[in-house]
Design a protein around this ligand. Structure first.
Ligand SMILES: Cc1cc2nc3c(=O)[nH]c(=O)nc-3n(C[C@H](O)[C@H](O)[C@H](O)COP(=O)(O)OP(=O)(O)OC[C@H]3O[C@@H](n4cnc5c(N)ncnc54)[C@H](O)[C@@H]3O)c2cc1C
Length: 370
């Protein structure tokens, strides 16, 4: 009898899917290969008693009130507006670029009205291909070469180990530039972190009489024995299909944590280092979590070629492979016995709110028989 659903992975995609299915009366088995739930949103207290994010800093931000309402059922919030500074020319300047960034870097007294004029002049004085052909052109076409070189050129080289010219124009989105003095990193309506951490919030999502969670278990080792009416898969796309169209590449990261016997290490939660040192950024968790302590834990982030999969590599080769896998997914999803959701299963960079929205949408569709 196929009378239960299997959810592979206990990250935000899996936990959202499991919860919605359980609340609709389905019995759900969540299978997670790690020893803990929460996937990349996992946080824990380290030996110094500081709450840290093991897979890099996670700040929740969304304009989607349904997603915010849904998650608010499982947590209270520490309301926090994220701030990032960039270490450029020996100074800590606001990032994304705003009026203060330009004033500080170029020693200019500039009004809000003049910022656009300033940027237009910067672009006019720069050479690039029109229409933009690659990542470099897209950025220069928006802010000019000087700002591109200070904030984006070396950061991109560090992060991707490629020349910005080799990256496709699609990778570069519209850069948020603020002509005012707004120093926030995000401008979404809802921003913050779960008051007691992401792990606690996700544990609560999974705490339902219809849900059983099996950690430390690779789905593929037990898949044959599970005769489920629905499999919600949130693991790596290529692994599901035994790499038939080839392995999908990811860029990885190494995190190095250090605790200091002082109240604060840096003025804001994240400082980017586009040009100096080998790390790309330093995070100080206390700023994010609001935790009070006379100690502080920071984390250096180093890009890596191989390792835990973090960032999708948007090369033509990978996008072509993805397309082949997505066709297979479509066929499987048509049977109504499978759903593929999340950053790994769709080989797509998603923010947390997007993953939750995607799971809410796909599971509700399945429940309605769509
Ligand atoms: C460095 C970094 C910083 C980020 N910061 C932010 C941020 O500030 N704000 C934001 O909104 N988003 C951020 N994100 C994105 C965020 O991490 C993702 O949107 C979110 O965690 C994706 O959830 P998921 O459930 O799709 O994937 P995951 O969290 O990866 O969960 C997938 C789960 O499936 C499990 N799994 C895989 N294969 C199997 C298998 N065979 N059997 C059993 N289990 C399996 C994995 O162990 C994992 O637990 C960041 C991402 C990175 C890389």
């Amino acid at each position: 009898m196929r009378n239960f659903c299997v959810v592979v992975g206990a990250g935000l995609a899996g936990a959202t899917a499991a919860r919605i299915l359980a609340e609709a009366g389905e019995r759900v088995l969540v299978v997670e290969k790690l020893q803990h739930v929460a996937g990349h949103a996992y946080d824990e207290f380290n030996d110094d008693g500081m709450l840290i994010h093991i897979y890099g800093p996670h700040i929740f931000h969304t304009n989607n009130s349904n997603v915010f309402k849904f998650l608010s059922r499982f947590t209270e919030w520490h309301f926090y507006q994220h701030k990032v500074l960039s270490y450029v020319d020996g100074m800590l300047v606001p990032f994304p670029i705003n009026r203060d960034t330009i004033s500080q870097l170029f020693g200019l007294k500039i009004s809000t009205n003049d910022v656009e004029k300033f940027l237009r002049r910067e672009v006019e004085n720069s050479e690039f291909k029109k229409p933009p052909e690659n990542f470099e052109d897209v950025i220069i076409s928006q802010i000019g070469r000087r700002l591109y070189e200070k904030f984006f050129m070396n950061y991109t080289r560090k992060q991707w180990n490629r020349e910005p010219k080799e990256l496709s124009a699609e990778v570069a989105k519209r850069i948020p530039i603020r002509s005012n003095r707004d120093g926030r990193y995000f401008s979404d309506r809802y921003q913050g972190l779960p008051k007691f951490g992401y792990t606690k919030m996700i544990e609560k999502m999974l705490d339902h009489s219809q849900i059983s969670v099996l950690t430390n278990c690779d789905y593929f080792e037990i898949a044959e024995e599970l005769k489920a009416k629905l499999v919600v898969y949130t693991g790596p796309l290529d692994e599901y299909f035994k790499n038939v169209y080839g392995k999908l590449e990811y860029r990885s990261l190494k995190f190095v944590f250090e605790t200091y016997e002082r109240e604060y290490y840096q003025p804001v939660g994240v400082v980017n280092y586009p040009n100096d040192y080998d790390w790309t950024r330093i995070t100080e968790f206390k700023h994010l979590t609001g935790q009070k302590s006379d100690k502080t834990t920071i984390c250096y982030e180093y890009p890596l070629e191989q390792g835990e999969p973090y960032y999708v590599v948007m090369s033509e080769k990978n996008m072509y492979k993805r397309e082949q896998y997505m066709k297979e997914i479509l066929k499987l999803e048509k049977t109504k016995e499978f759903l593929f959701i999340g950053r790994l299963a769709e080989y797509k960079y998603y923010n947390m709110d997007q993953v939750v929205a995607r799971a809410l949408e796909k599971i509700s569709g399945w429940l309605k028989g769509v």
